[in-house]
Each structure stands twice: as structure tokens, then as C-alpha cells.
Design a protein around this ligand. Structure first.
Ligand code: PKZ
Length: 186
């Protein structure tokens, strides 16, 4: 990774909850309408997640044609979204809601449409409400597949928040049908 990401000296590693289901168990969507993982979000990315060893989780993304940026390749914003989702899901073991404060991506290799990406993400440690995370992506199926090649990496800071963070927007979960900028209901 390039960049300026520095982990603080006073990081502590969270303990896995006693009822952690173990490696291989599916991780349920944190919110059915989430663009990244929701099953009630037809326009979304429908990412699937499983717990890995320790604090690691694995996410899978089918790189659909609609994720196109440059001809034949994934859009960088879509890849960033996939990392955001994966690193947020890695925070699930904290059993507290988190939001992204900072995310930085290194785009190492172009990723073709039609490929299947595996994202491995983990908590590197916490300091107060700050949760430091990292992740790597590999193409595991389809064009350019090579599980030994890391095609992108990400570092992200998440913050635990209280329920009131989301309460303010609870009336907008289905959009505002009469938005002056066109429909926001999908
Ligand atoms: C009930 C059980 C449920 C379990 C289930 C959970 C599942 C969970 C899965 C979620 C999976 C979602 C995956 C998608 C996640 C999104 O995409 S979330 C959407 C994008 N993010 C946002 O909208 C966040 C918008 N920003 C904010 O709301 C606020 O800026 C934040 C992030 C909450 C921080 O504000 P704040 O709470 O007032 O925090 P503040 O007191 O200013 O700072 C606290 C600490 O964080 C540091 N900090 C804050 N922001 C930053 C920053 N950007 N850079 C560096 N440091 C920062 C501060 O310096 C401070 O550090 P210390 O003084 O402790 O050393």
C-alpha cells in the first residue's frame, strides 16, 4: 500500500463475542435497504459476507456490467463502495453501529466486468470509538482471476455511533417521492 495511513500506538484488539458463529458462517445484512448488502435494494450490489478466522470477514462481489467505469472495467467508486461495505461489516463483531469516517483505496490492478471479487476485511484495532480496519481484494473467478494477486487494498476508520445517528433520517428510508431533483424513491 502507498499513502499515509498510520495506526496509533494505543490500539487494542476487540475480543470476539462468546456467541460468535465461527468461520464460514454467513453474516446477515445489517440493513435490508443497504446499497451494498441489502436484499430489499434492487439497484444494489447484493454483496454476500461470511465470517472468517478471528476478526476477519470475507465479502463477495459479482462485478456486473452496470458497475462499468472505463470500457470493460469496474468503476473506482463501486470498488470503494465494496470496500466500505466489507470493512463496515468487519465491525459487526463489535455489536454496535458504525459509520465510515475515512476511507482510502489503492487501485493496484484494473478489474474487468464479469469477474468475481473476494474482499477480505478485518478490524486492526480500536481506540475509544475509533475502529481501524483494512482490506484487500482479489479476483477469484472469471476474467483475470488469480487468487494470489491483490488487485486493490483499503484502509478505513470507522466510528461507533448511537442509534440517534440514524433516527434523524428514519423518515427518508423510502426517499422523498416529490423531490425537486426528480424521484428519490428508488
Ligand atoms: C445494534 C447492533 C448493530 C450491529 C450492526 C453493525 C453493523 C455495522 C455494519 C455497517 C456497514 C456499513 C457500511 C457502510 C458504512 C457507511 O457508508 S456510513 C456512511 C458514510 N459515513 C457517514 O455518513 C459519516 C458522516 N460523518 C459523521 O457522522 C461524523 O463525522 C462521525 C464519523 C460520526 C464522527 O463524528 P463524531 O461522532 O462527532 O466524532 P468526533 O467526536 O468528532 O470524533 C471522535 C474521534 O474520531 C476522530 N475522527 C472523526 N472523524 C474522523 C475522520 N474523518 N478522520 C480521522 N479521525 C476522525 C476524531 O479525531 C476523534 O478522535 P479522538 O479524539 O477519539 O482521538
Amino acid at each position: 500500500m502507498s499513502g499515509t495511513w498510520t495506526l496509533p500506538d494505543d490500539l487494542t484488539l476487540p475480543k470476539l463475542p462468546d456467541d460468535h458463529p465461527g468461520a464460514g458462517a454467513p453474516i446477515p445484512s445489517h440493513w435490508s435497504k443497504c446499497f451494498g448488502c441489502g436484499d430489499d435494494q434492487p439497484a444494489g450490489m447484493a454483496m454476500q459476507f461470511t465470517f472468517g478466522e478471528g476478526l476477519e470477514i470475507t465479502g463477495m462481489l459479482d462485478v456486473a456490467n452496470r458497475y462499468q467505469g472505463g470500457p470493460g472495467f469496474i468503476h473506482g467508486g463501486i470498488l470503494s463502495t465494496a470496500f466500505d461495505e466489507a470493512q463496515g461489516m468487519a465491525c459487526m463483531v463489535l455489536r454496535r453501529p458504525v459509520v465510515t469516517g475515512h476511507l482510502q483505496i489503492d487501485f493496484a490492478k484494473p478489474i474487468p466486468l464479469g469477474s468475481v471479487l473476494e474482499l477480505r476485511a478485518r478490524i486492526d484495532g480500536t481506540v475509544r470509538r475509533k475502529v481501524y480496519t483494512s482490506a484487500e481484494a482479489r479476483i477469484v473467478e472469471g476474467p483475470f482471476a488469480d487468487p494470489d494477486v491483490v488487485v486493490a487494498t483499503s484502509r478505513g476508520l470507522f466510528l461507533t455511533v448511537g442509534a440517534q445517528h440514524f433516527d434523524r433520517a428514519k423518515d427518508f428510508v423510502d426517499g422523498i417521492p416529490r423531490s425537486p431533483h426528480g424521484t428519490s424513491s428508488v
